[in-house]
Ligand binder design. Sequence first.
Ligand code: CAA
Length: 260
Amino acid sequence: MQYETLLVEITDGTAVITLNRPKALNALNAKLYSELGQVTDELAANDEVKAIIVTGSGDKAFAAGADIVYMYPLNSIECRKFVMQVKDVLLKFENLPKPTIAAVNGMALGGGCELAMCCDLRIAEEQAIFGQPEINLGIIPGAGGTQRLPRLVGAARAKELVYLGGSINAAEAHRIGLVNMVVPTGGALEQAKKIAGKLAAKGPLALAAAKAAVNVGTQLDLASGLTYEAECFSGLFATEDQKEGMKAFMEKRPAAFKGK
Ligand code: CAA
């Protein structure tokens, strides 16, 4: 499928979604969010796709946030429609039953940081910066920044970023747990592809169950989360992949998972 604001390429089981508005530093407008929703459905349904990477076009930005030019004239009712669309798209993307990796190749500000936080893993190039600068525009983060950021890095650090509207570098983002790893400039996509290749060799049903157990379980109290995990765990015993994984272990050979 062709998109206006995204490039989508599928190679060896890995889909790379490139946010493709480089002249506006990949600013996220309603069209882009709508296309992100469509590509999420498309990739979820494509059994060839085992892992998904999101990155930015150009060498400056992952994404510099929601499109300020688009948002400026909106009234409150129009804005509500926009952010509700953003919420729904990002929730769907966050819970896509396949692993996702943000290859952060530059600035990840506002909605850019918020989109990266919807991925399972974040790989940042050393020159990348992260921040929630919305306060400087007289608004607050509206694409999950006040909710996902404190869940990832704790309320105190999230409030510092959201209240002061400054940015942090990749090393600091790594130190506070916002990113999984930092790589040299130009290396995020390659590193993300390496990890995606490793993920492609795992059982997709087990990966989907692991993702659901973490995403759903961490929103629950501990006892409910543990029950949810037990249901995900035992559900896998209805799959051929569980038999194959354990048989391969006993036969001292690598497992060949089929996603069945
Ligand atoms: N929306 C629309 N256009 C944007 C943009 C954004 N968020 N960020 C950058 N651009 C555009 C600029 O207007 C400029 O366009 P022109 O060439 O047509 O003038 C182009 O991208 C290049 O940007 P700069 O010339 O400003 O580049 P710079 O290197 O000097 O500065 C920057 C880069 C620090 C990221 C600066 O562009 C900036 O501060 N951008 C805004 C960042 C921001 O506030 N993000 C939060 C948006 S609100 C939000 O995200 C809320 C939400 O999710 C719901």
